[in-house]
Design a protein around this ligand. Structure first.
Ligand code: C2E
Ligand code: MG
Length: 484
């Protein structure tokens, strides 16, 4: 007996269909070693093969949209010829407000939209383009046609237009749009880095997609170095800020608030500072959004409240007279379900009389009036004061605020800046209407004597700004108050 051959063979039947056989061929040999006959043993394995094909296609195809899934995408990437000096473009797509569709109309509606969107995407692409669903409402498209910027823009515009067309589900018209991030580059010359090349191409397209989202969605955006730098910086900040509380890198500074009638300091606003071992002093406008994104604003915000309340109690024991201390509270901390309970405990532990504490929230925080009015009422019941910060930059109107038991309005610095450039009308309106509604009105960011004179003429109650003092650390402000 000679060498046995074994394998699977695909045969065509007379009717044109095909069938599979598992075949073993055994050669019988002469004494000299030449085969004189073969025996073939065959099993029909068509059914098994069909199952295997289904399983294979399930592993590589997204069952909902029938698009290649992430596995197939990886396989496809590995199979690509590595031609250099050719431009490859990645488009990263994410549908806008897709979660709202699922939440409001149910998952069936969401699925129907995904299916239609996938078909529409296919309709915008050429044979050589590759589109895959990466999961959720995310799609990646790879263009390998050496496309120039103009043709990429045309494809992206066509996608935006088609995805933005109405979808019909259950006799209702639903709408969604998409945000697209685009990254294009030459295939590098070293063969083995093709995977990494595509990975970074997609990562950059993803960054650009976030940029499109942040600018309101329903648009495409090319990746550029600036976005990469912002992303890298945010990554560093996120990494470092996670240890900041443990490393005692946070401090609180205090900016005096002045009564404009008699120029006396009535209180101070507490402002958070972060001095990191690697990055140095990072401005709050940069790190507060990071704390909000990673959720750490809740424990850090608690720490600020505890620090400020015990500082205020210390001042009172030292007979330093400050009428109020104001603390900024982020919308995320404000909406945290333990916020009121945590604050109660802090007030108990520090033994600070709640009436000395004022919480500053922004207009955005109170947009959802139902939940916010509950928390504001809870604060008032504790005896804590509430002020609306950066007033005039958000969406709330004064009449809207009338429904809430608010104590203070802080006019945003931008209106005070504009006082020198005939922007009095807005500031005047806020001051006079605020006073009519019995709010205390504070002007923020006063920098010049002219601004101060004007605000005094308008009988604005209080002011804050570099004209009086920059924020100071607690020993400086203690000294300032001791001299009063
Ligand atoms: P904000 O609450 O509107 O605070 C006022 C900001 O204006 C402070 O900036 C303050 O230093 C600055 N400022 C005050 N007077 C003047 C002036 O005359 N000229 C100029 N150019 N600026 C003035 P800061 O400390 O950088 O804080 C920025 C923002 O970060 C704050 O705006 C607040 O929204 C947020 N923030 C600061 N500390 C905290 C905190 O403890 N918790 C929360 N959630 N947010 C905070
Ligand atoms: Mg503030």
């Amino acid at each position: 007996m000679g060498n046995v051959w074994q394998g699977e063979i695909k045969n065509e039947a007379k009717d044109g269909s095909y069938y599979w056989v598992d075949t073993t061929i055994i050669p019988f040999l002469h004494a000299k070693g030449k085969p004189y006959k073969y025996i073939a043993i065959q099993y029909n394995i068509t059914t098994r093969k069909k199952y295997e094909e289904v399983i294979e296609s399930m592993a590589y195809t997204d069952p909902l949209t029938q698009l290649p899934n992430r596995n197939q995408f990886t396989k496809w990437v590995e199979s690509q010829p590595k031609k250099t000096n050719e431009i490859v473009t990645a488009l990263f797509l994410n549908l806008d407000r897709f979660k709202a569709i699922n939440d409001n109309y149910g998952y069936d509606a969401g699925d129907a939209i995904l299916k239609t969107a996938a078909n529409r995407l296919k309709g915008c692409l050429r044979e050589t383009d590759f589109v895959s669903r990466q999961g959720g409402d995310e799609f990646i498209i790879i263009l390998k046609n050496n496309d120039d910027e103009q043709s990429i823009r045309e494809i992206a515009s066509a996608i935006l237009k088609r995805i933005g067309m109405p979808y019909v589900f259950d006799h209702k018209q639903l709408f969604t749009t998409t945000s697209i991030g685009i990254s294009k580059d030459y295939i590098p010359s070293e063969e083995d880095s093709y995977d990494n090349f595509l990975k970074s191409l997609i990562k950059n397209a993803n960054t650009a997609m976030y940029h499109s989202k942040r600018q309101g969605g329903n648009q495409y955006c090319f990746n550029n170095d600036h976005q990469n730098m912002v992303l890298e910086r945010n990554y560093q900040l996120d990494l470092e800020i996670k240890e900041a509380l443990l490393r005692n890198e946070f401090t609180v500074v205090y900016q005096p608030i002045v009564n404009l009638k008699n120029n006396r300091i009535v209180g101070a606003e507490a402002l958070l500072r972060w001095n990191n071992r690697k990055l140095g002093l990072v401005p709050p406008n940069e790190f507060i959004p990071i704390l909000e994104e990673n959720g750490l604003i809740v424990p850090v915000g608690k720490w600020i409240l505890a620090t400020v309340c015990s500082q205020m109690k210390f001042w009172q024991e030292e007979r330093i007279l400050m009428q109020r201390i104001c603390v900024n509270v982020s919308p995320i901390q404000f909406k945290d379900r333990n916020f009121i309970q945590d604050l109660k405990e802090i007030l108990n532990e520090t033994m600070l009389d709640a009436s000395y504490l004022e919480i500053e929230i922004t207009e955005g925080t109170i947009l959802d009036i139902k939940t916010s009015s509950q928390t504001i009422n809870d604060l008032k019941n504790l005896g804590v004061k509430v002020s609306i910060d950066n007033f005039g930059t958000g969406y709330s109107s004064l009449s809207y605020l009338k429904q809430l038991p608010i104590d203070t309005l802080k006019i945003d610095k931008s209106f005070i800046d504009d006082l020198d450039r005939d922007g009095e009308i807005i500031a005047n309106t806020i001051i006079s209407m605020g006073k009519n509604l019995n709010f205390r009105v504070i002007a923020e960011g006063i920098e010049s004597e002219d601004q101060l004179d004007y605000l005094k003429k308008q009988k604005c109650h209080e002011g804050q700004g570099y004209y009086f003092s920059k924020p100071m650390d607690n020993s400086q402000i203690t000294e300032l108050f001791t001299q009063l």
